[in-house]
Design a binder for this molecule. Structure first.
Ligand code: ADP
Ligand code: MG
Length: 886
């Protein structure tokens, strides 16, 4: 039991040196022996299983039943066609589901957490799957524990173990504890850290004692494999719609059957007609197509650096009205450089490059404190760690105060880590036989815990006057959009508890660091504005710094639009809700304020997206409609709580993701409306002919065929329609707007009815050519087949053409470009080719009961097929004119 052994023994057992870690060769060898450090998910569905799951569908049973009946009565060609359709449907379904699943899987791989390990004597960040037993793993606040670890070091380390123990209060970890009782429960093993739990505070290091399925969580992983299907609200609504259409189809079938009985039609014929009508009416391909359109969209988004963790987020993205963004790193580059220092009442510039000398001892002390009170490292020109701290270590390098050297002489013995509530960090280091507390942080926070100040080598009381001077200096730097950090210290004889450190300090001075805004952000903010989205800055930084940058970026236009966390505290929630729309900059806020901000915006009917990176950001990320975590600087905790991860930490990506989200929703809508119009066309044609005692213009197998060529490729091609360049010039879609709002239902009904009526027209035209009418009795078989062929072609081709009308609800198709969606153009061409093949290849035409048409009739059917598209274009033109008049 590792928790009952001292650290040295554990390290020996794994043949690893604490300072050096494993060698790369060692790690490779262990990888082959122990395998990847990952929990096995649910077993993958095999292709065969996927295939058979496609057949578990009411509709398929009906079709198979029909196939059996046709076989029994000896209509072999119909039976074969039905079976082929069933088979093809299943195959298409499998391919779609497979693709969708793979896309989602690939995305999940992208969000595998990274881990810090010590190997070959240096700290490296690796994929947590590459950890092997014996690896020395470094932990800091916000990180997911990547394997089971026996801790070798801990500094105020706290771990939240609810994933394992159900206990949500973080437990304190101490590397030095040892438990003799072999039955010590997991929750009490304070010298261990377990895979899948979260470090919420402090730092630590541990040696991996178990990886993958050998870990404690691995032993119970099977329990966690419950497969949770994550349907989006739209998918749920569409499923309900599908069900409703199913019932309608059954009702229509029943009506047809009864009418046919009354009319004394051929019952078997009518039975098949009813079945094929059901096939036509039920949009059985719809869920699969929506799923794959979503999956493809999400894959596209990952290419523009936005990883969507939950599919429903795609839809919500399209309705976002407020983007709340962190400043540092998201709006700015997070490449901090110290440009000014302020000591003893004097500013000094820091040279951009090269070495410099400290003018005074005070300045040297200031820089020493900043360097010692940092966790960042700087080696051979590379900084690692928090950019703010890297900047400070780099500052030290410039003044020949090297962190590496200093840290060995003035060894750190205790610390109180930075958190964004206190906005302070302190360390206790050895100093001349005694100790010294080094504190750095926001200058207002420093002022609260300091009672003296060092001026020209002397420690003097911190009077109100000096305070005012320092604050003024800080403001001067803030107004230049600089991030200001203060430093303070105190001497002590003995080791202090963390709680004792931050009081009675002596202020040393300030530094101002530059963090230039990302150049592309300004355009993105303008783009969001055009799209009716408001951008808001939220930062822990000083109000003036924040306001200065917000002004540069076009987020705020006046200083009154900025409010600080303490001002927010002074207003009651309701009053704040009313005023919140007025503000664009929230400065000096802590994570709890973020929740208040999200709530306030939501109470005004906004759909809010909120960014976050720290451990404490989890509540606001969860509370926001779209929680956005930072991929590079974000903690695993924030990633876990988010809906979307930005792999480039860039604000611009949020706006791009919203645009994608809007386009994906629009495309799903196009697909659904298209499928419904097609189905409606088929229903209208058949239902009308039955009701009016006409011969039925379509054979059941023909309907199955048409569904096969229109419901698959063209529908899918519409789902990947190129984005509408105008989409970011429109206001966000209201979140409670129905799917059929804004004339969508009208378009489906108009198109469907037209397609149905034109099919009947073609049928009539065919009969009429041979001197018969719709009500004629004893129409010769040949004539009927000819007229049916015309109806068959019109039904198929008009649907193919009508798909073009779906591409935009207002713009003319010529404006958008007939070929700008190559997939759709290809799908239409292929559909027409197949349609022609069915008619012209004798084996097929025999099976489908169709004939070759004459040249002039081809012209007629093509002309009729163009009508729905043409009418829809006219309607759009009229609508455009109406819009322009307004
Ligand atoms: P943001 O990321 O929005 O700028 P933070 O919460 O990171 O806000 O920082 C808030 C304030 O805390 C900063 O303005 C700075 O004064 C202080 N601060 C930031 N990082 C550190 C750190 N590593 N150590 C001490 N103080 C810090
Ligand atoms: Mg920060």
């Amino acid at each position: 039991m590792w928790f009952s052994k001292p650290v040295d023994e554990v390290l020996d057992a794994f043949h690893v040196d604490q300072a050096h870690g494993l060698s790369s060769a060692d790690a490779r060898e262990r990888m082959t022996k122990y395998g990847e450090n990952k929990l096995k998910g649910k077993p993958e569905k095999s292709l065969a299983a996927l295939f058979f799951s496609q057949l578990k569908d009411m509709l398929i049973y009906v079709l198979l039943g029909a196939a059996v009946i046709t076989l029994v009565i000896g209509d072999y060609s119909d039976a074969i066609i039905i079976l082929i359709v069933v088979l093809l449907n299943a195959i298409i379904g499998v391919v779609q589901e497979f693709k969708a699943e793979k896309a989602i899987e690939a995305l999940q791989k992208l969000s595998v957490p990274r881990a810090l390990v010590r190997r070959d004597g240096e700290v490296r960040e690796i994929d947590s799957r590459e950890i092997v037993p014996g690896d020395l793993v470094i932990l800091d606040a916000g990180r997911l524990i990547p394997a089971d670890l026996r801790l070798t070091e801990s500094a105020n380390l706290q771990v939240e173990e609810s994933a394992l123990t159900g206990e949500s209060v973080p437990s304190e970890k101490k590397a030095r504890d040892i438990y003799d009782d072999p039955k010590t429960p997991l929750g009490d093993q304070s010298n261990m850290a377990f895979m899948s739990t979260l470090a919420t505070y402090g730092r630590g290091e541990g040696v991996a004692v178990a990886t993958g399925m050998n870990t404690e969580i691995g032993k119970i992983a099977q329990v966690l494999d419950a497969d949770d299907e994550d349907l989006t609200p739209l998918q749920k609504r569409l499923a309900a719609l599908g069900k409703m259409l199913g019932y309608i189809a059954i009702a229509i079938c029943a009506v047809i059957f009864v009418v046919a009985l009354i009319q004394r039609r051929d019952l078997f014929e009518m039975f098949l007609t009813a079945i094929s009508l059901a096939v036509a009416a039920i949009p059985e391909g719809l869920p699969a197509i929506v799923a794959i359109v979503l999956a493809l969209g999400v894959t596209r988004m990952s290419r523009i650096h936005a990883i969507v963790k939950r599919l429903p987020a795609v839809e919500t993205l399209g309705s976002v009205t407020i983007i709340c963004s962190d400043k540092t790193g998201t709006l700015t580059r997070n490449r901090m450089t110290v440009v000014h220092t302020y000591v003893s009442g004097k500013f000094a510039d820091v040279p951009e490059k090269g070495q410099a000398e400290c003018d005074t001892q005070d300045m040297k002390e200031l820089i020493r404190t900043f360097v010692l009170c940092s966790d960042a490292t700087y080696e051979s020109g590379e900084g690692t760690g928090d950019p703010t701290e890297v900047a400070l270590v780099v500052l030290g390098e410039k003044y020949r105060i090297q962190k590496k050297k200093l840290a060995t002489i003035n060894e750190r013995v205790a610390e109180k880590p930075f958190d964004s509530d206190r906005k302070l960090m302190s360390t206790l280091n050895k100093e001349n036989g005694g100790f010294r507390v080094h504190t750095k942080g926001a200058i207002d926070s420093i002022m609260k815990i300091a009672d003296s100040v060092r001026i020209e080598g002397k420690v003097v009381p911190l009077t109100e006057e000096i305070k005012a001077d320092i604050l003024r200096a800080a403001e001067t730097m803030s107004d230049q959009a600089l991030r200001v950090l203060g430093a303070a210290y105190k001497e002590t004889e003995q080791i202090l508890q963390p709680d004792e450190m931050e009081k009675g300090l002596t202020v040393l001075g300030l530094v101002g660091m530059m963090d230039p805004p990302r150049t592309e952000v300004k355009n993105a903010i303008q783009k969001a504005k055009n799209a009716g989205i408001t951008c808001v800055m939220i930062t822990g930084d000083h109000q003036r710094t924040a306001a200065a940058i917000a002004g540069e970026l076009g987020i705020a236009s006046s200083p009154e639009q900025a409010i600080s966390g303490s001002e927010m505290d002074a207003v009651a929630d309701e009053a704040f809700n009313e005023k919140v729309n007025h503000y664009r900059v929230f400065a000096r806020v802590s994570p709890e304020h973020k929740v208040k901000i999200v709530r306030a915006f939501q109470s005004n009917g906004n759909i809010v997206s909120m960014t976050g990176d720290g451990v404490n950001d989890a509540p606001s990320l969860k509370r926001a409609d779209i929680g956005v975590a930072m991929g590079i600087t974000g903690t695993d905790v924030s990633k876990g709580a988010s809906d979307m991860i930005l792999t480039d930490d860039n604000f611009t990506t949020i706006v791009a993701a919203i645009e994608e989200g809007r386009n994906i929703y629009a495309n799903i809508r196009k697909t659904v409306v298209f499928l419904l119009s097609c189905n409606l066309g088929e229903i209208v044609a058949i239902f009308a002919s039955v009701l009016f005692f006409w011969p039925v213009p379509l054979m059941p197998t023909q309907i199955l065929w048409i569904n096969l060529i229109t419901d698959t490729l063209p529908a899918l091609a519409l789902g990947v329609d190129p984005g509408d360049p105008e989409i970011m010039r429109r206001p966000p879609r209201s979140a409670d707007e129905g799917f059929f709002a804004g004339g969508v239902a009208f378009r489906a009904i108009l198109g469907g009815t037209l397609i149905g009526v034109l099919t009947l027209c073609a049928f009539y035209f065919g009969l009429n050519e041979h001197g018969y009418g719709l009500w004629s009795k004893n129409i010769p078989e040949n004539t009927l087949t000819y007229a049916e062929t015309m109806a068959f072609v019109v039904l198929a081709v008009s649907q193919l053409f009508y798909s073009l009308a779906m591409r935009h609800s207002l713009q003319s198709i010529f404006r958008i470009g007939l070929f700008s969606n190559r997939y759709l153009a290809g799908a239409i061409a292929l559909g027409m080719l197949l349609q022609y093949a069915v008619i012209s290849i004798p084996v097929l035409s025999g099976a489908f009961h169709v004939q070759m048409l004459t040249m002039s009739d081809w012209l007629v059917v093509i002309g009729l097929s163009l009508v729905p598209l043409a009418v829809s274009e006219c309607v759009k033109a009229v609508m455009r004119m109406a819009f322009e008049k307004r």
